[in-house]
Ligand binder design. Structure first.
Ligand code: ZN
Length: 485
């Protein structure tokens, strides 16, 4: 039998505010454990929360970018559960009246058409602390440690819709996550570093017979922060659920854990429903009124979104779509291109050199473009030197390598390394004479009308001059020589 798949993500994103959601503690990721804490974020009796306005602004900015309706009134609620990383015994989250609802994120669907994935809601909540079970910390495995630095860092939850325009395949799921990650980085609300847990997902998946309107029971895989493992987990779940149904069984609605080594999911507990959490409005926090002027300002100052930037690069600079997609994938790369484009006469060459040459150096050094020493001005200068044929592409590669290592400008490097192209007719003719002396046949063939030996001779001259000969100049010398004979 054939099955339809429905995948739904609840994505948690740590906002890059300077301070936590309800207190003035700094948001620090690499600080000494329990050094960025206070009575509020450790749930001491009598401590009262004060809402961080920046976090609200970032949430609404996300809501606007994800085409959500922004609620005029929003409310915080207590989500009750007990766990050692949650000092208050409840998490301040949202239940009724989240900041945004009924949005969408457009991706390319499996049929190749634009497909608007439904976003059910976005809400703001506080992150929990972090438990460290590692036996490195304590020799006895009976102990665990807790670090409350993460406690109450603002956490945005983006809940995709599993009924309205859901994700229908692993490929769509991957495109959704990549687009969401890209969009959130573009609007600068989070660094979204997966390895630091700043972007993590609860993954829901169910299957049902093709065409059926009755949806299957969902399993949920908690807290995943690697796209590759999410895809592995989805693949495993589709196989597991299909086998259960084929054997006449029923898929349990439950929470499962993914084992990264065996690539298998295992049951953790039966999935909680909302009543288990006994949500109730938080009496310490008043309802938040969002006025229209606040939203208008956020719309006005919205950074360019990935699709807007893609279209602009194609239309304004004549970059072809396949290259534009690569150049806009990462916001920092697109900003580097954007800074160079007005300074370069040949934007296609600029795009090519970022994609082929700069990316190669970045990959080899395993650093992101924002840590690269090459400035947009210097990179543009290099591209212009190639466009003006002042240096050959071969020389330019050497210059770029040096720029990448030292951060020097291309003119200084050309001077320092003596890479200035040889365009002196006398010197070039001398090298050419030596080449012809060893290859007398080539000249005869050129005189007889063959064109290939011209390239051969040019190649030889380039080799002897270590790539420094001006190719146009050599060509004209060869042609002049054979014309005159
Ligand atoms: Zn605090």
């Amino acid at each position: 039998m054939d099955y339809d798949v429905i995948i739904c993500f609840e994505t948690h994103v740590e906002l890059s505010t300077n301070t936590k959601l309800f207190c003035g503690c700094a948001v620090k990721y690499d600080a000494e454990p329990n050094s960025a804490i206070c009575p509020v974020c450790t749930g001491q009796p009598g401590a009262l929360p004060v809402l961080n306005k920046k976090a609200v602004e970032y949430t609404i900015r996300t809501g606007v970018a994800l085409n959500c309706e922004i609620n005029e009134q929003s409310r915080f609620a207590r989500k009750n559960y007990f766990y050692p990383d949650l000092p208050k015994g409840y998490q301040i989250s949202q239940y009724e009246l989240p900041f945004g609802e009924n949005g969408y994120l457009e991706i390319t669907g499996d049929a190749g058409q634009p497909y608007k994935i439904g976003i059910k809601r976005i809400h703001l909540e506080e992150d929990a602390g972090k438990l460290i079970h590692s036996s490195d910390a304590f020799e006895s495995a009976e102990h665990s440690l807790v670090d409350y630095n993460r406690s109450s860092i603002p956490l945005l939850e983006i809940v995709a819709d599993h009924e309205n325009n859901p994700l229908r395949s692993i490929k769509e799921a991957k495109r959704y996550l990549e687009k969401l990650h890209q969009t959130l980085k573009y609007i600068k609300i989070s660094d979204c570093m997966l390895e630091k847990g700043q972007f993590r997902c609860d993954v829901n998946i169910s299957i049902h017979p093709k065409g059926s309107h009755i949806l299957g029971n969902r399993s949920e895989i908690k807290n995943m922060s690697s796209f590759r493992f999410i895809m592995d987990a989805l693949e495993y779940e589709i196989k597991r659920q299909t086998e259960i149904i084929e054997k006449g069984g029923q898929v349990e609605q439950e929470t499962r854990l993914f084992n990264e080594q065996t690539k298998v999911t295992m049951p953790m507990r039966s999935k909680e429903n909302a009543p288990d959490y006994r949500y109730l409005p938080d009496p310490d926090l008043i309802e938040v009124d969002i006025d229209q002027e606040f939203i208008r300002q956020i719309r006005k100052n919205m950074p360019e979104l990935p699709d807007q930037k893609l279209n602009r690069i194609i239309e304004e600079f004549g970059i072809r779509k396949s290259d534009a997609l690569i150049l806009t994938k990462d916001r920092n790369v697109s900003e580097f291109f954007g800074a160079c484009a007005p300074l370069c006469s040949d934007r296609k060459k600029l795009g090519n050199w970022i994609i082929k040459e700069l990316f190669k150096l970045l990959n080899d050094a395993s650093i992101p473009i924002q840590e690269c020493k090459v400035s947009a001005e210097d990179f543009s200068r290099l591209i212009n030197l190639i466009s003006q044929k002042t240096i050959t592409e071969k020389i330019a590669q050497l210059v770029l390598e040096d720029m990448f290592d030292t951060g020097d400008n291309p003119d200084a490097i050309i001077k320092k390394k003596g890479l200035k192209p040889i365009d002196d007719t006398e010197i070039l003719s001398k090298i050419l004479d030596e080449v012809i002396e060893k290859n007398p046949e080539a000249l005869k063939q050129i005189k007889a009308g063959a064109s290939k030996p011209v390239d051969f001779l040019m190649g030889q001259v380039m080799r002897r001059s270590k790539g420094k000969a001006d190719p146009q100049k050599i060509r004209s010398i060869i042609l002049a020589m054979t014309d005159n004979c």
